[in-house]
Ligand binder design. Structure first.
Ligand code: ARG
Length: 244
């Protein structure tokens, strides 16, 4: 085996490819977040970039994944309680979250953006602050944190889901929605002519898959992730969801 390990190493291959033995993993996800995870109205199935990424990784490390819809608020508590095995929900890797949970390496880096009504194009953060209108975000997200930093707590409106925040924007209740650029792009496309990405290139967030602290599956998932990065599978998925 020493010889084999050396031979594999020389070829740049892993001698011990991770194998989860066909494990069936439950995946918690707040499925109100296009295009990362949504429920397809026609089929009732949970679909999206995160679903495709987890399935692609599972293919490499021999597991199957079953997504279950969970409210964002409480999603990490539910993970800790063992309601599912991991969370895949466009989750930003933060130092604070890393204190209580383990993350894979980043599978995507997204910069935050502000979605606004087309007629407000050109509006800056300072304009929003001066207008007395609010900047909306989903509760307990890195987007909500950044919103507070940018316009101050009093000028932030929090919603249970980004869907709710976007509805508020369409109704004119808020000036903008601060959201990961990946989802901003999906909303801009869905509501072309009404909504646009007016401010872009804000804080960059690395996204990871989330496990309970000490979960050995993290190493296997990192191996699977490295494999789909190396062979272009991940790039193909990015191209599928975000055609530039
Ligand atoms: N990336 C942001 C965060 O981790 C927002 C994620 C929201 N995801 C969702 N499925 N609603 O805080």
């Amino acid at each position: 085996t020493t010889f084999l390990a050396a031979a594999f190493a020389a070829l740049g291959l892993a001698a011990n490819a991770a194998d989860l033995g066909g494990a069936h993993l439950m995946v918690g996800s707040d499925t109100t977040y296009p295009p990362m995870e949504t429920v397809d109205p026609a089929t009732g199935q949970i679909v999206g970039f995160d679903v495709d990424v987890v399935n692609a990784i599972c293919e490499r490390i021999n597991c199957t994944a079953e997504f279950v819809t969970t409210a964002w608020d409480g999603i990490f508590g539910a993970l800790q309680q063992g309601e599912f095995d991991l969370v895949a929900s466009g989750v930003s890797i933060t130092d604070e979250r890393k204190q209580t949970m383990d993350f894979t390496e980043a599978y995507l880096v997204v910069s935050q953006a502000v979605l606004m009504q087309v007629e407000d194009e050109g509006m800056t953060i300072d304009d929003i602050k001066a207008s007395g209108r609010k900047l909306a975000a989903q509760t307990a997200t890195t987007n909500a944190d950044l919103a507070e930093e940018l316009v101050g707590r009093d000028n932030v409106a929090l919603y249970d889901t980004f869907v709710g925040a976007v509805v508020a924007l369409q109704n004119g209740d808020v000036a903008g929605v601060i959201i990961d650029g990946t989802s901003a792009a999906a909303y801009e496309k869905e509501f072309a002519g009404d909504l646009i990405i007016g401010i872009t290139g804000l804080q960059a967030d690395p996204l990871g898959l989330v496990f309970r602290k000490g979960d050995e599956n993290v190493a296997a998932f990192n191996e699977g992730l490295a494999a789909i990065q190396a062979d272009g599978t991940l790039d193909a998925l990015v191209a599928k969801y975000w055609t530039t």
